[in-house]
Ligand binder design. Sequence first.
Ligand code: ZN
Length: 344
Amino acid sequence: MQPDRPMRSVPVFALAWCPIVLACAAEPPVAPDAASAAADAAVPDASPPDAASPDATSPDAGVACRTITATDLSALDLTVTRHVRAIYFTPSDRPFRACVHEHLDRFAYLAQAFFRDELAAHGFVDGNGAGKTFALDAAPDGTWDVVYLVGEQPAAFYQAQDDAPGAAMAEMFRRVPAAFHERNVTLYLYDLAVVEDRAIRYSGNGGSGAPWEGEGTGYVLQGAHFLGLPGFDTIALDAADQGAMFERTEDAGVDDWDGDQAFGPLTRGEYTSTYLGAALHELGHAFYLDHLFTDYDGDGVETNLMGNGFRRLSGRYTPAGYQPPTELGPDHAAALDAAWMFQP
Ligand SMILES: [Zn+2]
């Protein structure tokens, strides 16, 4: 969907939320109440930022990860265009998630591969015969060049606003130079989520084309909960282990829509399918894709990334996941073949 007013001059972020509940992984932002104002108790343990994965049973246990420090905003490259880039925001009293850089990097390449494979499946290839996809901001070490930002306020401050994600996004806009946001697709990622009564709060997802930032540009506003919740991650550090992340049967501690469009308790594997799928769905909106619910093969299962099918991502990684799995579909593959962000 596309909001009808520029976000920069009119920060009405609610316009960005998915309007169709069934097509959105998360509820729209929930107004804070008295109970959540004292959110300190719900903030995850302050584990060291360079700790290994918090999940001792995950394939990532024991892997050494980068220690994250805040990015020097005066040294950003403001000449980049046509890249998918990201700003990752954590409030002043939350350390960066364990292995956040490595997980974001893996996510970026997972997303790039999804679109590459889907465009190839429909014959949309580049000069080398590979499926077309988008370009990433890459750091000298080859990893995704994410901008890391420590908020000026503690989590409770943002959570007390009517629109917590919007408040975090507004601070990102204010502190990061305006040129950074222009002529690219930017992911605005923020770590404000709290799980209460099996629901994730302060976690609205949204994405949209943003033509006021330049032709073909867009943005995603995405809570960090897509990377996992305290106790488990959604992304494996080694791509070969990603299938196992979708096969876990332990309770995720959250109720949401699963890949069969049923609302209820999610396993960690189902959570991973729903929330990684949601992150790709929002990226699709940033590439100007609208919702699509066509059942192309008429088998009664709608599998579109931009419909409800985004929750079926697991089937692409393991036979134990949802079958048939998430697909882009022929119409959206053709749309991306022509999209500004998919040109060399
Ligand atoms: Zn949507």
